[in-house]
Design a protein around this ligand. Structure first.
Ligand code: MF3
Ligand code: CO
Length: 253
């Protein structure tokens, strides 16, 4: 399968999938409070997605047991919702989720602070989010995919953070994961050329310390090797005639 170009009617469905996901993220942000379990967040997301008349795309994906990946502090991505795991003051909490609207997928992640967090964590969260916006400045027809990757790396590297290499962004559409893969670290090759109608999930995962990660015994949760915090920020975007449109924006960013 190669990179798909979405038609006008497909783009309308991608837009709606993204818009609803932005609204979902706004509601989930309210749940990032001390004492809330990661399962509470997942169940709320499932309820909201069903209320939209949509389906969660993560639930059951390769057997993933939730609609939201909730990853706290040193957890990078793919944290499994649990009724025994509670959010605490000072945590940074990444919520990664998506939905399917009329057969079309959206995917977005936010990292939220619970109460007062350390300045180091706050900077990490801010830089991770900004790295997405730096990357998408290059997301326009005529540019190449790896211009996005390199723009993210150029922005992040001076902070001395570790850029996760094992996991990457991806094309998205009638499937959650489509071609191409979208690395967040420096690339030697140019990657595919960008054309209007491509829909992409750009998702930098940035660590306070080492870039190295490992998988917990649950086979899902990815954590940093040094135990330092990690942040994640993601949106589904559309390449337009003259740039790009962010499909999954929420009012809280
Ligand atoms: N947003 C992630 C991704 O893009 C999460 C998908 S993993 C899942 O790959 F299993 F939870 F769906
Ligand atoms: Co994704």
């Amino acid at each position: 399968m190669s990179v798909t170009i979405k038609s006008a009617s497909e783009i309308e469905k991608m837009r709606e999938a993204g818009r609803l996901l932005g609204m979902l993220h706004d509601e989930l942000a309210e749940l990032v409070r001390p004492g809330v379990s990661t399962k509470d967040i997942d169940l709320k997301a499932q309820e909201i997605i069903a209320g939209f008349g949509c389906k969660p795309n993560f639930l059951g994906y390769n057997g993933f047991p939730g609609a939201v990946c909730v990853s706290i502090n040193e957890e990078v991505v793919h944290g499994i919702p649990s009724k025994k795991r509670f959010i605490e003051e000072g945590d940074i909490v990444s919520l990664d989720t998506g939905l399917i609207y009329k057969g079309y997928h959206s995917d977005a992640a936010r990292t939220h602070a619970c109460g007062v967090i350390t300045p180091e964590k706050a900077k990490l969260v801010e830089v991770t989010k900004q790295s997405f916006f730096e990357g998408i400045k290059m997301a326009k027809p005529g540019n190449y995919l790896h211009d996005i990757s390199n723009a993210i790396a150029d922005y992040v590297e001076p902070f001395g953070y570790g850029i996760v290499r094992e996991l990457v962004g991806h094309g998205i559409g009638t499937h959650l994961h489509e071609e191409p893969q979208i690395p967040n670290f420096r690339q030697k090759s140019k990657g595919v050329k960008l054309y209007p109608g491509m829909t992409l999930a750009i998702e930098p995962m940035i660590n306070l310390g080492t870039a190295d990660v490992y998988w917990l015994d649950d086979d899902w949760t990815v954590v940093t090797c040094d135990g330092l915090a990690s942040a994640h920020y993601e949106n589904t975007i559309l390449i337009t005639e003259d740039g790009c449109e962010i499909l999954s924006l929420s009012s809280n960013g």
